[in-house]
Design a protein around this ligand. Structure first.
Ligand code: G1P
Length: 318
C-alpha cells in the first residue's frame, strides 16, 4: 500500500503577464472570482482532499498571498466591534486553512523549476502539485479520485482532458494507451506542441500526484519550450523509468489564466451563489436583450436559454 499523501505544492511564482495591467502590482493568483481570490479556491480544494501540508512557491511581489492566509488582527478587531460576525468568522477561517508554508523561487525559470524548489520540503515522499490557474468546479472530486488511483497503482497520476486540435498547443499534450474507462498509461509527452507535433488531443490539466522520482527527472532535464524547465519534460523523463497514469477529468474546469475563461468562471460561480444567482440571471438576460437589439440577426437569447427570475428580483445586489 503506497504512503498516504498529505503534501501539496502550489506554484504561484509566475509573472501573470496575460493579465496586465491588473497584475502589475498584485499577484495573478489574488485576482478574485466573485469575491474570493483564485488561489483560495485551490487551497480549499486541497484541504478538502486531505492535503493539509501546503507549500506555495512564490516570488517577488507575491506577499499579499501570505497576508491573505494569515490572521488580520486589525480587520478582525474592526469586524468584531461592528458586530459583523459572519464576516469575522469567514476572515478567521481563511487563516485556519491547512498548514501553509512559503518558499521563494528566486528566478522564474519555469514550472518544473518551481516544483524542484519543493524537493527538500517534500522529503522523498509522494506529493501533489496543483496549478493555481486551473480552477475545478466546486465540489469536484478530482483530487480524491486521483489519490485513489495513486493508492491502487503507487505511480504518478496526471489529470487529463480531451481538447480540440486548435487548443492543444496551449497545453502539455500526451500520447496514451488505455488502462480502463478513464485511465490511460502515458507513453509520450510534448509541452505546447505545434499542431503537427501533438501525439493526441489529451491535454495535461493542472493537477498531478507524483512519486518522489520526479525530482531526479527534474534535475536531469534541460530547458525546453520557451527556454524554461518544463514539468511536462520531467514527466517525459519519468515515464522512461516508471509508469505514469493519466486520469481523465469528469468535472468542469476553468483556465483562469485566460481572460474569457476567467470571466466565464466569475459569471458561473456568481450564478450558483444564493446571494447573487437571481440578480446575475437578470443582468445576463438584460445584456442578452441589448445584444439581440443591437444584432437582430443573432440568436443570443436562445443561446443563453436563461430561466425567468422571480418577480421583483431584477435589482442587482451590490
Ligand atoms: C502549464 C503546463 C502545461 C499544462 C497547463 C495546464 O502550462 O506547463 O503542461 O497543460 O499548465 O493548465 P501554463 O498554462 O502554465 O502555460
Amino acid at each position: 500500500m503506497p504512503a498516504k499523501i498529505n503534501k501539496v505544492v502550489i506554484p504561484a511564482a509566475g509573472l501573470g503577464t496575460r493579465f496586465l495591467p491588473a497584475t502589475k502590482a498584485q499577484p495573478k493568483e489574488m485576482l478574485p472570482l466573485v469575491d474570493k481570490p483564485a488561489i483560495q479556491y485551490v487551497v480549499e480544494e486541497a484541504v478538502g482532499a486531505g492535503l493539509t501540508d501546503i507549500l506555495i512557491i512564490t516570488g517577488r511581489g507575491k506577499r499579499t498571498i501570505e497576508d491573505h492566509f494569515d490572521r488580520s488582527f486589525e480587520l478582525e478587531y474592526y469586524l468584531e466591534r461592528s458586530g459583523k460576525i459572519e464576516d469575522l468568522e469567514e476572515v478567521r477561517s481563511i487563516a485556519q486553512l491547512g498548514e501553509i508554508h512559503y518558499l521563494r523561487q528566486g528566478e522564474p525559470l519555469g514550472l518544473g523549476h518551481a516544483v524542484l524548489a519543493a524537493k527538500r520540503h517534500v522529503n522523498s515522499k509522494p506529493f501533489a502539485v496543483m496549478l493555481a490557474d486551473d480552477i475545478m468546479d466546486e465540489g469536484s472530486k478530482t483530487l480524491n479520485e486521483m489519490l485513489t488511483v495513486f493508492g491502487k497503482y503507487g505511480r504518478s497520476v496526471v489529470a487529463l482532458m480531451e481538447v480540440s486540435e486548435n487548443e492543444i498547443s496551449s497545453y502539455g499534450a500526451v500520447g496514451v494507451s488505455p488502462i480502463s474507462k478513464n485511465l490511460f498509461s502515458i507513453r509520450s509527452v510534448v509541452e505546447k506542441p505545434l499542431p503537427n507535433e501533438a501525439p493526441s488531443c489529451f491535454a495535461i490539466m493542472g493537477r498531478y500526484i507524483f512519486t518522489p522520482e520526479i525530482f531526479d527527472a527534474l534535475e536531469k532535464i534541460t530547458p525546453g519550450r520557451n527556454g524554461e524547465i518544463q514539468l511536462t519534460d520531467a514527466i517525459g523523463s519519468l515515464i522512461e523509468q516508471q509508469e505514469v497514469i493519466g486520469y481523465v477529468l469528469n468535472t468542469k474546469r476553468y483556465d483562469v489564466g485566460n481572460k474569457s475563461d476567467y470571466l466565464r468562471a466569475t459569471i458561473e460561480i456568481a450564478l450558483k451563489r444564493e446571494d447573487l444567482g437571481d440578480s446575475m440571471r437578470t443582468v445576463l438576460r438584460q445584456l442578452a436583450q441589448e445584444q439581440a437589439l443591437l444584432n437582430p440577426q443573432s440568436n443570443d437569447l436562445n443561446v443563453l436559454n436563461l430561466p425567468q427570475s422571480a418577480p421583483g428580483s431584477d435589482r442587482v445586489n451590490d
